[in-house]
Design a protein around this ligand. Structure first.
Ligand SMILES: Cc1cc2nc3c(=O)[nH]c(=O)nc-3n(C[C@H](O)[C@H](O)[C@H](O)COP(=O)(O)OP(=O)(O)OC[C@H]3O[C@@H](n4cnc5c(N)ncnc54)[C@H](O)[C@@H]3O)c2cc1C
Length: 439
């Protein structure tokens, strides 16, 4: 606890506090509030959705890759899909390869869909608010300090869910973490961008491999700077609008803000280079206009907590099941490492591994959970489990668990797991649980 305490202008209290309104945080807050808990959601930007609304437009992880393409995420995430569908703001991009079928949505509509669900669930939403410190008594987090234009606010909470992506609360609480600073470099960063006025029909006349060959050719000509000679461009819910995932930048620590600032600038420069290439080389893009950069550069990986269990590459590739499973995942390991190509490794066809609840509980914590990309997983396992479908499912699990911990007056690590799983399944979550042994 630092000297912020001297400057506190206001104190509020809540039962469950969720920090970060991305895929994990929004689902955690909705789950907790729907279980009847007084829930507050704090977000540094002026809108919700996190990476799903400020960088991306396609949920992966809902469907398995492979012939069967089974759906493995449900519950609150389905309510989100229903609302997107009702507004005509969603389409399926069937895929048996890559990360499986993607659900492409309009990110602006998704902001409103989340706002509606959060409001209907009676979540207290605090936007434009950055959590800068935590208050602790022993291993217990008693609250956080938030800074915003109104001043310094203290939020007291019974249970805190760190859904900041970067495990900010874990770091501020002085708990150890992996990821940045460990022996393996974190995944690369990408500024996404969207183009308008593309001729959709003409754009169908070339393959991804052809585009990659043209990228190589353009680089070899010495007239272009395309650090990643692959990447993708895809249709969106809007005619003539295409979205890309092409830019690649490497940083040893994306939480180093000086370096991140440089990366933002370089990322936009790189994006404009790819745009120039696309206009010059790709059929259908001759008259394309540059619509927008992502609100900020996309950060795939930073801090990963040390949890009660750490998910591993072997767990992923052997489709391992756990007694305390709370999420199913069949997404391959998709490592956008810091070289020019992405490395893929698949689970056996049609299978899933499970995320154990323990991966959401930071070691040595009493009333803290995490959800989303900062869970406890090795670099490789993280490269599979970080898809938005799984982040949403982790959020649902953490929000439900926090509510149970509150009502059972227990630490999150001591709650009744069977009760948690029962509640999740009753609320639509997809979990293939082992049958109870007959007594
Ligand atoms: C370039 C890129 C491409 C990707 N492509 C795909 C894809 O196509 N499909 C897919 O499914 N997944 C994709 N992923 C992965 C996926 O998007 C992320 O793993 C996932 O969105 C993470 O969700 P989250 O809720 O954990 O974190 P985030 O969505 O990052 O949410 C964290 C939230 O916390 C807020 N926050 C952070 N710190 C604080 C603080 N101190 N105080 C207050 N608020 C704070 C942030 O503003 C943000 O809203 C991609 C990721 C990147 C970067």
């Amino acid at each position: 606890m630092t000297n912020y305490a001297k400057r506190i202008d206001k104190i509020v209290s809540t039962e469950i506090l969720v920090v970060g309104a991305g895929s994990a945080g929004c689902n955690a807050a909705i789950a907790s509030a729907r279980e009847g808990r007084k829930t507050m959601l704090v977000e540094r930007y002026g809108f919700v959705g996190g990476t799903s609304t400020y960088i991306l437009d396609t949920f992966y992880g809902f469907y398995l890759p492979g012939k069967e393409g089974r759906k493995v995420v449900g519950g609150i995430p389905d309510l989100i899909l229903d609302k997107l569908k009702q507004r005509g703001a969603m389409l399926l991009r069937p895929n048996t390869y890559g990360a499986g079928t993607g659900i492409t949505y309009d990110p602006e509509t998704l902001k409103v869909v989340y706002e509606e669900l959060l409001t209907e669930s009676k979540v207290d939403i605090l936007l434009h608010s950055f959590v800068v410190d935590v208050l602790k008594e022993g291993n217990r987090i008693t609250g956080v300090i938030v800074v915003n234009k109104s001043g310094f606010l203290k939020i007291e909470a019974d249970i805190v869910i760190d859904a900041s992506g970067d495990a900010d609360i874990v770091a501020l609480a002085g708990l150890p973490f992996d990821g940045i600073g460990s022996h393996e470099p974190v995944q690369s960063l990408t500024t996404t961008f969207r183009l308008c006025n593309v001729d959709n029909e003409k754009a169908k006349t070339f393959t991804k491999n052809q585009m990659w060959a043209w990228m190589k050719e353009a680089n070899a000509s010495g007239k272009y700077w395309l650090p990643r000679e692959e990447g993708s461009v895809h249709i969106t819910t809007l005619p003539g609008v295409m979205a890309t995932n092409m830019v690649r930048l490497s940083l040893p620590d994306p939480t180093d803000i000086v370096e991140l600032s440089k990366a933002e600038i370089l990322g936009r420069r790189q994006a404009l280079e790819y745009f120039r290439f696309m206009k010059d080389y790709l059929p259908g893009y001759e008259n394309a206009g540059f619509l927008n950069f992502s609100t900020q550069i996309g950060v795939r990986e930073t801090r990963r907590i040390f949890g009660e269990y750490t998910l591993t590459r072997e767990d992923v590739l052997s489709a391992r099941k756990f007694d305390d499973a709370v999420v199913e995942c069949g997404a391959p390991i998709e490592d956008h490492n810091q070289t020019s190509s992405t490395v893929w490794a698949y689970l056996p066809e049609g299978e899933t591994y499970q995320v154990p609840y323990r991966s959401l509980i930071p070691k040595d914590s009493e009333n803290l959970l995490v959800a989303g990309r900062c869970l406890s997983a090795t670099h490789d396992a993280h490269a599979s489990v970080r898809s938005m479908g799984q982040c949403m499912a982790m959020g649902q699990a953490a929000g439900t668990a926090a509510s149970l911990a509150f009502t059972q007056k227990k630490a999150p690590k001591d709650i009744d797991i069977k009760q948690l799983q029962k509640t999740l399944v009753a609320n639509g979550a997809i979990l293939n649980l082992r049958q109870e042994e007959p007594v």
